[in-house]
Design a protein around this ligand. Structure first.
Ligand SMILES: O=P(O)(O)OC[C@@H](O)[C@@H](O)c1c[nH]c2ccccc12
Length: 266
């Protein structure tokens, strides 16, 4: 069976190749100091009332689901999520596989600056080089994604250091014990279990149930993918998730506010 993640990563390295130049930590720190501070992604995920944080994703299509909401404007969906009380947004910026753009992220963060509250945004993409971290910061993101399975330890360190220098949080995405150990060794503060195996596209909430109880106490735990109902949310909350990351269900819902309320009902 072909591994989709390997295919995506190969494409991503090709896509980014034309942009490549050295991006130093110093350049990222200077950029960070020159821009207004983005709202904290990490802080938004731990709710004082103990309810689940909901990271609401803007995703037009995906290799696993096909077309989800191809025509939707990122800003329209962002306003719905903001009104619904989403804790944070996840904005897909990969074009080839997910139909998103960096402009989606830029326009959403710009809109939130004009129309508060500014909900923190994750740049959801396949990060391979600090230039993408720089782009994320310039586009107003609060956090980047680090897919542990797809990266060497050297690449993870480079990306995490780049994010930190740029004033961004990093969501470490894992799907097994070895990746959890690697994330902890790198000092990850936010770790998400992807319930979807990106190689074969099956989702299993049991993965969150097996891995989240093993997280160190001070780590913010996120359960990602395959969450559709209040019962799904209750299941991952029961095993210790602070937040969930939901794409398809919210993109397809005629009433995202009601669905987010359902996720938080328990
Ligand atoms: O649409 P879902 O099943 O609610 O999943 C959302 C999110 O977890 C998923 O889009 C995702 C998780 N990790 C990723 C990495 C890249 C792209 C997409 C993803």
């Amino acid at each position: 069976m072909s591994d989709k993640l390997t295919e995506i990563m190969a494409w991503k390295r090709q896509e980014v190749a034309s942009l490549l130049r050295t991006v130093s930590l110093d350049e990222l720190s200077r950029l960070n100091a020159s821009l207004s501070k983005p709202p904290s992604f990490a802080a938004a995920l731990r709710r004082p009332d103990g309810k689940l944080g909901v990271i609401s994703e803007i995703k037009r299509r995906s290799p696993s689901a096909g077309a989800i909401a191809e025509k939707i404007a990122a800003t329209d969906q962002a306003l719905r999520y903001q009104a619904a009380g989403a804790s944070a947004l996840s904005v897909l910026t990969d074009t080839k596989f997910f139909g998103g753009t960096l402009d989606d992220l830029r326009s959403v963060t710009q809109l939130f600056r004009e129309k508060p509250p500014a909900v923190p945004c994750l740049r959801k993409d396949f990060m391979v080089h600090p230039i993408q971290v720089l782009q994320a910061r310039e586009a107003g993101a609060s956090a980047i994604l680090i897919i542990v399975r797809a990266l060497s330890d050297a690449d993870i360190k480079t990306l995490f250091d780049a994010a930190t220098a740029a004033g961004l949080d990093a969501l470490f995405e894992i799907h097994n014990d070895a990746e959890l150990d690697r994330s902890v060794r790198h000092g990850a503060k936010i770790i998400g279990v992807n319930n979807r195996d990106l190689a074969i596209f099956k989702t299993d909430l049991g993965l969150s149930e097996r891995l989240i109880p093993k997280f160190p106490k001070d780590v913010i735990a996120v359960s990602e993918s395959g969450i559709f109902t209040g019962a799904d949310a209750a299941r991952v909350k029961a095993c210790g998730a602070h937040a969930i990351l939901v794409g398809e269900a919210l993109m397809k819902s005629p009433n995202p506010a009601a669905l987010i309320a359902e996720f938080r009902a328990n």
